[in-house]
Design a protein around this ligand. Sequence first.
Ligand SMILES: [Zn+2]
Ligand SMILES: [Zn+2]
Length: 178
Amino acid sequence: MANIPEEFHSLETSETFKNCCDCGCELLDSAQMYMIQKCFSNGECVMEFALCDKCKEVLDGQISSESKEAIYDFLFDNTDINEQKEHQTQADAMLQIKECFTCSKKMCDCKSYTYSGLFVGTHLIPGPLPIMICEDCQEVIAENMSDHTRDVKNKFYEENFPGPPSEVHLPDSKPVFL
Ligand SMILES: [Zn+2]
Ligand SMILES: [Zn+2]
């Protein structure tokens, strides 16, 4: 039985995520896919959430196709997708988040970064995700986004994370959904 890597545990509860942050549905005993995303700023985790496939689809559906194209163009222009190997093990797949997907900057050299992974139950799904994107690359992606997409994202963060944690400021370039 696979275990969810610690990188994808909730820092708030020190446990695995159990429910979708949006609809509250049960994640671990369900066959549906879900995404975990964590955002670090200056070495501190400023945001973390698990989002079920249904809620993710609803969000994705609101993002304009130009923005999606801009995101994918950026990601895939900057990466040799053929270089991606088949990931046999979870440990191999986890190596992917040790470097920025697009510029290969190492996580330990990044002050701020975001990473996401896809899961079913306690299984990490290997593939293009898990993925880590450094702050610099996130900014480039954010610049290519339409205002509408930015609004959709901001609304999502406002609704699910009322009031940013005191002291910490969320990075201007909020994480991207993938
Ligand atoms: Zn949900
Ligand atoms: Zn980068």
